[in-house]
Design a protein around this ligand. Structure first.
Ligand SMILES: Nc1ncnc2c1ncn2[C@@H]1O[C@H](COP(=O)(O)OP(=O)(O)OP(=O)(O)O)[C@@H](O)[C@H]1O
Ligand SMILES: [Mg+2]
Length: 466
């Protein structure tokens, strides 16, 4: 969870002490101040969530102070504490936008409940703002795009994972956005002011991985003329992103395990372990459990890295995102190449929806970029799309332009053909049934059987496209 910060402003020192003790006990981070000047300093530097404000202050009138606080921080929630009998000024205060008031002498149970409720509200509001930011293209999710059910779930998961400071393993096929997710988690976490350092273990020869990760001292080996800091030390207080973790050398795995267990690193040639405070996010597109079974990946390390996991669905399982992604990429590349915005023809969109995208979003991005550059007019057609349809492939056959391999079962084939009919009719079930020469009822049974509504946007009267 984020640290929940409360500031109490009261000129009565013993009230400050008691309330601080009670609220600290509840797990909140509590600041206190007995005068306006210090209070404003804390508001400026600490980004507190809630302020408990006594209306009677020696060096400034409570309402004045409130106005000053508001100028500095538009979001902080202010609760005024007021003695019995001054309710009227409390009501005035609420007119000014003060969220709540409580009466003195304080009822501590009531105070605790009030604060707990406010924090619940703050959390909900924050989540909503983040989701909205996503929809309107703010940078919170590193510009990740998606409105399919699967992606909405991923966004929610990112928010909750960002809040806890544990180790995360991101899995998913190549090009599904694993690195983007890692950045989003970091940017939404408490560590966001510090660095996220990425290291791609597939790109570093096994013999060099240890020194890259943990560094070395001058003279540690021949050629070590100067000391080198490892990525863990550079990432101190921030996040380290270990990409392609499946490629980590077996001997280095033991050292990584030690970091996870003791939070200590030991640069090569040094015998003094150093304490580091780093959150580890790793990613892989291989099945690490298989590697564990084959004895290539340490089981204990696997469980340490995989405290929380997030699995990115392949693009073919969230086809509802394809039109949106294509449109955004189209805009992006037209701007980049300084040309007027082009659009996709209906049959081009249909083809993009049919294709199975083995390279996922990265592949879609590349296909659109190439199409923008090679197409000669405003509309991008099927011919401009360079899809990897039947190149270098054996043992495949096509029905209605859909690719199947020789292992496909009758069910696989039926499912794909039904999906295709629904794509062609943009989710219109009556039209799709006609196309397939089956009854609408039969079509519905098959849609249920193959769970097609989770893959293809189906249009019904009451339900919007997902
Ligand atoms: N949801 C998304 N919205 C927009 N762009 C995306 C999204 N997901 C991925 N991309 C883009 O697709 C490309 C691949 O993303 P990324 O590098 O994060 O994938 P990856 O899973 O790490 O791939 P690999 O396994 O190949 O390293 C990037 O150009 C990224 O900008
Ligand atoms: Mg990657």
């Amino acid at each position: 969870m984020f640290r929940k910060k409360i500031l109490i402003i009261d000129d009565n020192i013993s009230t400050l002490k008691v309330v601080k003790a009670i609220l600290s006990e509840e797990g909140y981070t509590v600041f206190t101040s007995s005068n306006a000047k210090d209070a404003l300093n804390i508001v400026e530097t600490e980004k507190v969530n809630i302020i408990l404000l006594d209306l009677k202050m020696p060096d400034m009138d409570g309402l004045n102070l409130y106005n000053k606080i508001r100028e500095m921080d538009k979001k902080v929630i202010v609760i005024i504490m007021t003695a019995y009998g001054t309710i009227e000024s409390a009501v005035n205060a609420m007119k000014l936008g003060i969220e709540d008031y409580i009466q003195k002498p304080l009822n501590y149970e009531e105070l605790k409940i009030t604060i707990e409720k406010i924090f619940e509200k703050i959390t909900l509001k924050e989540e909503l703002e983040i989701l909205k930011g996503q929809i309107y293209g703010d940078n919170v999710f590193e510009n990740m795009i998606g409105k399919s059910r699967r992606m909405k779930e991923i966004f929610k998961r990112i928010i909750s994972i960002a809040r806890v400071d544990t180790t995360v393993l991101i899995t998913g096929e190549s090009g599904t956005g694993k690195e983007m997710v890692a950045k989003a988690i970091h940017n939404l976490s408490e560590r966001k002011e510090n660095k996220m350092i990425s290291i791609n273990l597939a790109a570093i020869p096994e013999g060099l991985q240890e020194s890259e990760l943990f560094g070395y001292e001058k003279g540690a080996f021949t050629g070590a003329y100067t000391k080198k800091l490892g990525k863990f030390e550079i990432a101190n207080n921030g996040t380290i992103f270990l990409d392609e973790i499946g490629n980590i050398n077996f001997a280095v795995q033991a050292k990584l395990l030690r970091v996870l267990e003791d939070k200590k690193i030991e640069p090569l040639g040094s015998n003094k372990p150093k304490v580091v405070n780093v959150r580890i996010i790793s990613a892989t597109n291989s099945n690490l459990l298989n590697e564990v079974e084959k004895g290539r990946f340490r089981e204990d390390l696997y469980y340490r890295l995989n405290v929380i996991s997030i699995e990115l669905p392949p693009l073919r399982e969230r086809k509802a995102d394809i039109p949106l992604l294509s449109d955004v990429f189209l805009r992006e590349f037209c701007i980049k190449n300084n040309i007027e915005k082009k659009s996709l023809s209906d049959s081009a969109i249909e083809l993009l929806l049919q294709y199975n995208w083995p390279g996922n979003i990265r592949e879609l991005k590349n296909v659109i970029e190439e199409a923008v550059v090679i197409s000669n007019n405003d509309t991008i057609t099927v011919e401009d799309l360079n899809l990897n349809l039947n190149k270098n492939k054996k043992n495949v056959f096509f029905i209605d332009n859909i690719e199947f391999d020789n292992n496909s079962s009758l069910d696989d084939i039926e499912k794909e053909i039904i999906k295709n009919a629904l794509l062609k009719t943009k989710g219109n079930q009556s039209k799709a049934a006609k196309l397939l020469k089956i009854s609408r009822k039969m079509l519905l049974t098959k849609i249920k059987k193959y769970k097609i509504s989770e893959i293809v946007p189906i249009r019904t009267k009451s339900k919007k496209m997902d």
